[in-house]
Design a protein around this ligand. Structure first.
Ligand SMILES: C[S@@+](CC[C@H](N)C(=O)[O-])C[C@H]1O[C@@H](n2cnc3c(N)ncnc32)[C@H](O)[C@@H]1O
Length: 383
């Protein structure tokens, strides 16, 4: 597959980043894939998210081709407006007016929610690792600045509604494989021969235990385990006093995630709207993601004393929250505007696009609620 060629300056940046990694990890000449992904995305100076590139594409003709990928909040404001219905129900049940969003992208989800709720007593907290996205958020949210606080670290105490849209998929994963002898190996990235290559090493006993409890030992099967995402969710149980957590991402329950046919795992890279599967190329210039094992997330939540209150597809969640009634606000006689707004909504709902691959999970703590977004089609039994 042919990929776009990044600019000379971008390639230079990538080369310098690679030299920096080689120097930093010189004695070993290799690092675990998990460390490689952490460096690639979050190295404080060079990382894809932390190093100042345009990552997210906008929703108009001039910005849609910039960046590397588009997310639901970027596609349509109706996404955030509909999500706000579930957020409001959580806030009421938690008797709180606090929302905390992780990795808030361009700030469009926050804006759509604040506009929909139209309540000046709401306070919106954002925890964003990327300095340039934080700047974009300040611009997008300039009409709501008095209602927003940017946090630098996790709260010690929180009551309200937590949101994370496409955050779990951006957390570094461990890459593992069963070799032909059905022994578990952890995959490393090596440059001993000067070329970047994968190197497999026997997995630690702890990783072996974990893998054995999650997937059969199919010979030659390579996949991922996202321990960082699991501990991030478990940790929520420590600081969430009362409230809900809405996690939205692409992924599956475990038996689908570790399906025998998915023998190359789910790692994906995005470079200027081209998806490919080679995370060793374009260091620092491309997004690297893995799908989410929602069974692992549910188990981590329960381990952190959170309850799993709902799990369904994005399409079902948006329908349950009443996206179609909200769209009644549009004037069907204004054909041009109607078509402009409905097209992206169809993408959000279509099974062939985001409607089925993306899932929504609601976690709760001390929350007495019959969540509207999961009123029909709740799939917790599949986890
Ligand atoms: C694919 S982007 C999604 C951005 C936005 N939520 C959206 O949907 O448009 C992933 C975001 O998750 C953020 N992220 C990853 N790990 C995080 C963490 N532990 N805390 C806060 N943000 C995190 C990244 O910095 C990045 O901004």
């Amino acid at each position: 597959m042919s990929l776009p060629t990044p600019s000379y300056a971008a390639l230079e940046h990538s080369q310098q980043f690679l030299s920096h990694i080689k120097e930093k990890w010189a004695p070993k000449q290799c690092i675990s894939f998990e460390e490689w992904m952490r460096e690639a995305l979050y190295n404080p100076y060079w990382g894809y998210y932390t190093g100042g590139l345009t990552k997210l594409s906008g929703d108009n003709e001039t910005t849609v081709l910039q960046g590397d990928f588009t997310t639901a909040p970027e596609l349509s404001p109706w996404y955030g407006r509909t999500l706000a219905i579930q957020v409001e129900q959580v806030l009421t049940a938690a008797e709180s007016s606090h929302i905390l969003e992780f990795g808030a992208g361009s700030g469009k989800l926050a804006r759509a929610i604040l506009e929909q709720l139209a309540d000046p007593t709401i306070h919106y907290f954002i925890l964003e690792l990327s300095a340039d996205l934080r700047q974009r958020q300040q611009e997008t949210l300039k009409d709501f600045l008095s209602q927003i606080t940017w946090l630098d670290s996790l709260p010690t105490d929180f009551t309200g509604c937590i949101l994370a849209n496409e955050v779990l998929d951006a957390m570094p994963v461990k890459l593992i494989q069963w070799n032909q002898a059905q022994e578990l190996e952890e995959v490393f990235v090596s440059w001993q021969s000067d070329e970047l290559t994968y190197q497999a090493k026997p997995a630690s006993p702890a990783l072996l235990d974990l893998a054995q409890s999650r997937l059969p030992a199919y010979p030659g099967y390579r996949t991922e385990i996202n321990l960082q995402a699991e501990s991030w969710v478990r940790e929520m149980g420590n600081y969430l006093r009362k409230g809900g957590v809405i996690l939205i991402d692409y992924g599956f329950p475990r038996n689908e995630y570790y399906h025998p046919q998915r023998h190359q795992g789910t790692l994906m890279c995005h470079l200027q709207h081209h998806a490919h599967s080679d995370p060793l190329r374009y260091l620092g210039l491309q997004d690297i993601t893995a799908h989410v094992d929602f069974t692992a997330i549910a188990d981590a939540a329960i381990g952190g004393n959170l309850e799993v209150l709902g799990f369904t597809s994005q399409a079902r969640f948006l329908m349950n929250c009443g996206i179609l009634s909200l769209l009644n606000q549009l004037d069907p006689n204004d054909v041009k505007d109607y078509a402009r707004q409905i097209g992206p909504v169809q993408k959000l709902l279509s099974e062939a696009e985001m409607g089925e691959l993306f899932k929504v999970m609601l976690l709760g703590k001390n929350l007495d609620i019959d969540p509207i977004g999961f009123i029909s089609g709740d799939r917790r039994h599949t986890l």
